[in-house]
Ligand binder design. Structure first.
Ligand SMILES: NC(=O)c1ccc[n+]([C@@H]2O[C@H](COP(=O)([O-])OP(=O)(O)OC[C@H]3O[C@@H](n4cnc5c(N)ncnc54)[C@H](OP(=O)(O)O)[C@@H]3O)[C@@H](O)[C@H]2O)c1
Length: 277
């Protein structure tokens, strides 16, 4: 049985990696496969989705819109306008559906311009760990979206991780700079630790294994604890001990300032890119 109380028919237009992960999470979570659709330009990804998850598939976006209450636009941002123009021309009913989008950088106002002002739009920014069920999705809705719509879409994205509703659409740029880009920051940091272990005699496989397990363990401790991150850090840093020496080196090089600069730089780039659409 689905853990989801409100089971609407939902369809993903564009069947790349992100929709595949969300669909996989939904089906594993018990969402009925006959209530999930995907459409795609070419056939192979659709065949794989049908055989792996038993969902409904079509190469015709209009067939999908006719069959679904909720649409998730999952094509690349560069072709969003063209895809929406075609939907508006040949599936005018789209204005009565809940339209959600995972495309990076395209503001809600653009969907209203492409599809009509009356369309209920939710913009979602998932991050790549959604591919392994541990994602963060930032969600932002226009004022016509109902509480029931919000609750429905929260449950859908909860299948692939944590959902965070944002009051201001501009916050999506910040969430993108922290959670969207964040995995790359962590990989960079982990790579540095791995290389340090290798420089001191560890082979690459063992160095990587110990770094990634330590990252996983630290993230799990942080997730399960009510203590602040600073407090957790203090708990593994005995005065005068070796960890204190390591932390001192990070503080001397102003690690927190570096993080602040990294996030601000990524926010600025997100804002710049949003102007392209
Ligand atoms: N991947 C991520 O981690 C991530 C994170 C946040 C947001 N997003 C957003 O998710 C969206 C998709 O990203 P992705 O990585 O999944 O890209 P992708 O793998 O390139 O998938 C896009 C899919 O859209 C299909 N397509 C192209 N034109 C179409 C049309 N007219 N009608 C129906 N389907 C069409 C493509 O079909 P073909 O198979 O024929 O090429 C392709 O399968 C993007 O807007 C991106 O910004 C992705």
């Amino acid at each position: 049985m689905s853990k989801q109380a409100d089971v609407r028919t939902i369809g993903f237009i564009g069947a790349g990696n992100m929709p595949r992960s969300i669909i996989g999470g939904m089906i594993r979570g018990g969402y009925p496969a006959d209530k999930v659709w995907a459409s795609n330009r070419s056939r192979p990804k659709l065949d794989a989705l049908h055989s792996d998850f038993g969902i409904q598939v079509t190469q015709d976006n209009h067939e999908l819109v006719a069959a679904c209450d909720v649409i998730v636009l999952s094509v690349k941002p560069q072709i969003m306008q063209e895809v929406c123009a075609d939907l508006k021309a040949h599936s005018p009913d789209i204005t009565k559906k809940l339209v959600t989008t995972v495309a990076a950088g395209v503001p809600i106002a653009k969907y209203h311009a492409y599809l009509g002002n009356e369309t209920r739009v939710i913009r979602i920014m998932p991050n790549t760990p959604s591919l392994v069920g541990e994602g963060v999705s930032g969600l932002c809705a226009d004022t016509s979206v109902t509480e029931a719509d919000r609750s429905y879409i929260t449950q859908v994205f909860d299948y692939v991780g944590l959902t965070i509703w944002l009051e201001e659409e501009s916050s999506i740029d910040v969430l993108g700079a922290v959670a969207g880009s964040g995995p790359a920051y962590f990989f960079e940091f982990m790579d540095g630790l791995q290389k340090a272990a290798e420089a001191l005699g560890f082979d690459a496989t063992t160095a990587r294994a110990m770094v990634q397990q330590t990252a996983l363990g630290a993230a799990k401790m942080a997730t399960e604890s009510e203590l602040s991150l600073e407090e957790l850090r203090k708990q593994v840093t005995s005065k005068g001990g070796s960890t204190a020496k390591g932390i001192e080196a990070y503080q001397e090089h102003k690690l927190n300032e570096i993080s602040d600069q990294a996030v601000r730089a990524a926010v600025a780039r997100n804002q710049e890119m949003a102007k392209l659409f």
